[in-house]
Every structure is written in structure tokens, then in C-alpha cells.
Design a protein around this ligand. Sequence first.
Ligand code: AMP
Length: 397
Amino acid sequence: MKVLVINCGSSSLKYQLIDSDTKQALAVGLCERIGLEIGCLKHTPAGRDKTVIDARMDNHEVAVSMVIAALTDKEHGVIEDLSEIQAVGHRVVHGGEKFASSTIITNEVIDAIEECNDLAPLHNPANLIGIRACKSLMKDVPMVAVFDTAFHQTIPDKAYLYALPMEYYEKYKIRKYGFHGTSHSYVSERMAEFCGLDINNSKIIVCHLGNGASISAVMNGKSIDTSMGFTPLSGLVMGTRSGDIDPSIIEFIAKKENKNLDEIMHLLNKESGIQGMSQVSSDFRDINKAMDEGNEKARIAFDVFVYRVVKYIGGFIASMNGVDAIAFTAGVGENDPKVRYDVCQYLKFMGITIDEEANKLRGEEVMLSTPDSKVKVAVIPTNEELTIARETVSLLK
Ligand code: AMP
């Protein structure tokens, strides 16, 4: 079955056409600068060169029609005709408490997603625009929504509630939701297979370390805690996000710097984290290079990042009363041996030992722990698009 996977942002649209039988992406691409003067579509058919088409895309419907044109194009297309796309899977960031699993998109589902807009004002409205654009251009094609939050709906109340007056949960549903759910779900399942564990009798920690980063504790296949919270700002130090801070810092900076709430939220989301601390970059490739050159702020940013990861791992081991396996995934987790090495050095006391040669590998599935390590440690490259395609197919079947 050929499934078009759509991940729609406010001015961008990422897509992959996936053959769910072979699990291969037939084409991947990205529309950028939707709604601006000059937009651009980058389209890469599997095994062939990337094509870049500069064109104005007034709205997402225009972008989706360009995607369809690229997929069916004589020269760089991968299908003959639109009718070959048998389903569309949409990434939706926030499903609130309404969606604990993926769902076939109906008008009622669209309304329910819209009701979650308040919880993800930057993301959900954009996801809905993508859904509506696809619906209007592919009227008879079934569509499925796959939520970033759904996998974490199994987290118990003792872990998802904040110690605020209960009325804020009751009135506004302020609680931990967690994100990167498709990645945590896919990687934990694959990690169990890779390590020969029975997922229904397993304790796995997934470290999704990318530009956005989160850790989850997955017990018997279910998420029981995760580091992101009400929004994707909390938890780990990230590329440009602060992760956990003392909330009083917000008032303190507001007064000292005469900043309003929007400005402070921008500071915490876009100017903090690795970028803000190092004053070099949000990218770990640049941080590693700067550290090699003796840049002290880059080293501090790196160490703070690793230390926070370790604290979450330690906390989640206690929450699960043990751990069988720890998986590293996403851009940093898959590609940065020093992050993995430093994290594992802290965990040596538990009998975790890793093979330094295996740890040099980047971007591929590999067992890092030595055979005598008390806990399995591995890299499992994440594949959110394939997970969305799989969910889409399994619901439609
Ligand atoms: P993601 O958000 O999962 O796409 O991850 C993107 C991040 O992965 C980048 O910002 C880098 O920090 C990191 N990354 C990608 N490639 C490498 C690499 N070769 N070495 C270290 N970090 C990398």
C-alpha cells in the first residue's frame, strides 16, 4: 500500500511517499516558505537526485497540489497517477486527552483536533491546514491522524499531574502530555526486538536526542513517564530550548530585562539551550568542533546537556524499579558518540559498559553495550514517517 505521510508546519510541509509493504520511502520532500513571496519545493525520488522547484505557494492547498504534481511528474515522479496513493497519514502534534491512539480522520475528528489547538497553538492549526488541504484535493482517499502525544496517554496521574491547584487541571487540562510519541513508540518496540526482550515484560528507556529532545520510560510497552511536559519546552536541554528551569526565573528576567511574556517565551524556546549557553550553535557538530578548539562555553553547554540526560535516566530507572535496555535515537543520539559515551560513563556504577569501537558508528542500528553489560545499550535510528505509515495502514485494514 502506498501511503503519503504529511507533516505540516505553519509555513512548511514535509512529505514522504512510503510503500508500506517494502517499508521503503519512494520519495521524500519538503515545501518551504508557504504563503511567502517565493517558496520552494525540494523533491527527492529514492535513489535519484534532488529536484528543487522555486515557486510561489500561496497556501497549503497549493503546496499539496505541487507535491502531487512532483510525485506524478514524468521525469522525477514515482507514481503514474494520483489514484496510486491509497492513504494519507498526518502527523498531528497534540491530541490532548481525547486521543490515546491514532485515528481515522472524520469531520468529528477534525473538530476534536481543533479543540486541542489551545494546547499547541503553533502546531495543531498548521496540522489541520494540511489535513484540510489534502481532503480537498484527495477527496476519496482515507486519512489517518497520528498524534505525538498519544503514546504517552498511558502515563499515570502521579506522573502527569503538576502540583498546581487541581482546578487548573480540571478547567484547562494543564498536565504533562509528552511529545515525540511516534518515535518513543517505534524505538522502544524495535529496541525490544533488537535485544531479544519480550516487550510485554520489559523496562526500556528511550533517549530521543535531536534538536528537540525527550526521554521516556517505557514499561511493558507502555509509556509511564517522559521528560517533556505540558509543552515541548520542558525536560532536557535542547538545541535552542532551555528544558527545565525554576519557574521564578521568568519573573526575575521580566523585571531585570523589562521583557514581556512573549519575549521571555521566545527566549526560552529559541535563544536558550545549547545555542544560548554555548553562544556557538544549536548543532552538536559545531559544539564538538568548538570543544576541540578549546571553547569553554561549548564544553559547559555539552556537559549540562549530558548531565540532564543522566538525571532523567536515573529518575526513570527508579520509577520503573530497574531497566533492561537504554536506546539512543534522533540526530544527536544516532550520530554523536561523545554524548553516548559520556552518558554511559555516569552509568558505569550500574554495571553498564559499552564497546568503544561500536560506539564510533553513526546513524545505524548497533549494540553499544558489551556482552557482559548489566543493561543493553543500543542505537536505534528513529523512523517517525514509517511509523505513521504503519499506523495508517493498520487502522485502515
Ligand atoms: P533531529 O532534530 O533529530 O533531526 O536532530 C538534529 C540534530 O542532530 C542537529 O541539530 C545536530 O545537533 C545533531 N546531529 C546531526 N548530525 C550529527 C553528527 N554527525 N554529529 C553530531 N550531531 C549531529
